[in-house]
Design a protein around this ligand. Sequence first.
Ligand code: FAD
Ligand code: NAD
Length: 464
Amino acid sequence: MTHTTTLLIIGAGPGGYIAAIRAAQLGIETTVIESAELGGTCLNIGCIPSKALIHAADEFAHARDYAGESPLGIQVQVPRIEIGRTVRWKNGIVTRLTGGVGALLKKHKVTVIKGSAKIIDGKTVEVTQPDAGTVHVTCRHLLLATGSVPVELPFMPFGKRVISSTEALSPAAVPTRLVVVGAGYIGLELGTAYRKLGADVSVVESMERILPAYDAELTRPVAASLKRLGVNLHLGCTVLGLNAAGDAVRIRSSAGQESELAADQVLVAVGRKPNVDGWGLEGLMLDRVGRFIKIDDQCRTSMRDVWAIGDITGEPMLAHRAMAQGEMVAEIIAGRKRHFEPLAMPAVCFTDPEVVVVGRTPDEAQSAGIDCVSATFPFAANGRAMTIESTDGFVRVVARRDNHLILGWQAVGRGVSELSTAFSQSMELGAVLEDVAGTIHAHPTLGEAVQEAALRALGHALHI
Ligand code: FAD
Ligand code: NAD
């Protein structure tokens, strides 16, 4: 069977499905090939299920706290969690969202072919469908959006006790002892959730601190919270593998001391790599950056009319980047003039407390030779933070010294993920400190700390 289309997209993750919807809106005949469920990593085994599990773990932890001494006067009996039901609830959210993607693609008359794509050449793809044989699809434009997969440790491959985030998001039971390898996004988001669900959690990180991609001041409240929760951190440690019995992880500290961490499960979260193997991509001989596909600022690869977006194109491997790239590629194919040059690319780590970064930190601005001012405003001085029992953390702003143009925002604290909207908008709109300082922020909200940080950078904060 053969099928001809104008735009052929391989992968219906956030990059691919957004590109398809936008292309169809612009009148481009579009086909998407997806070997798994619509929605990709993000909706099925990434952003959404992880945030659902984190929320359930938070609620359970609150209930357990109330079963002790609650200063709020709330009393509950000792709570229990039925993890199977939690997973079913999480799966329900996933199904609703992936079903929604299917409905949106149908509404926009995008052809969806379920099956594994194999590239024949830059204009032809062969799809092996699970029950319906092979289809050859020819196209004018080919968009590669096959995402990423977890990195495996060669000496401790996935299987049995050793799991990736995918298995960790659908636990059959909460393990008594969980060892997490990697104190990055996944290790800390899921490690914290498992601790709150009742597991004894140890985190092993090769660098000397948690979340090494973020600046140390920003991660301090997260480290303090992990300590309070009773998560055991083994920083600056090398993982050597499982012991002979396979029930403990052998590690070596930076001082050369070897020890074993007993483990019912081991979550390996040491990064993700582009999904570039096993589907004929190498035949196109596209330029690469390491293993990632090299793209320009329009997401064009080194082959004409072959485009690439999302995790397959490199860092930051974030869903909103993939979506923004997908939307842009559709518009370029439709003839619009677009370039991928965001001023703000927010990143949020959904730890407890949450961390947000947008734009430059003070150190990054200085390294770039920019004379900048920066100021922080602590949540300890914010009324709303007190009423939600979350006074750890702060908001920090970075701006040029000469004209006060805002270059970056960072925040750590409960619920600060929602401040990322204000941060990104201020930067994309070219706001200066005076714009934010002069905006009336609703009281009492955490957002007042954003205004106060800007005021403080101008030298006249009101509540500190
Ligand atoms: P993907 O979402 O990976 O989609 C690629 C799709 O291509 C998949 O559906 C795959 O089945 C399909 N595919 C691959 N090869 C073929 C083939 N040969 N034929 C047919 N189909 C194929 N990002 C955030 O921004 N915020 C978060 O909170 C967040 N949390 C995360 C939590 C976890 C546990 C993980 C693992 C990731 C998280 N991410 C988060 C990252 C986010 O999921 C990815 O950045 C995003 O999904 C990338 O989108 P994509 O479209 O590039 O690829
Ligand atoms: P990561 O890059 O965030 O963290 C990996 C951590 O593992 C790093 O701290 C690294 O130093 C450490 N590490 C590497 N090798 C090690 C080893 N052998 N022993 C011990 N530690 C080791 O990667 P991740 O947590 O696997 O997440 C993958 C990607 O998924 C992220 O980079 C991000 O793009 C995406 N993600 C995003 C979110 C979010 O936006 N909230 C959440 C989860 C995942």
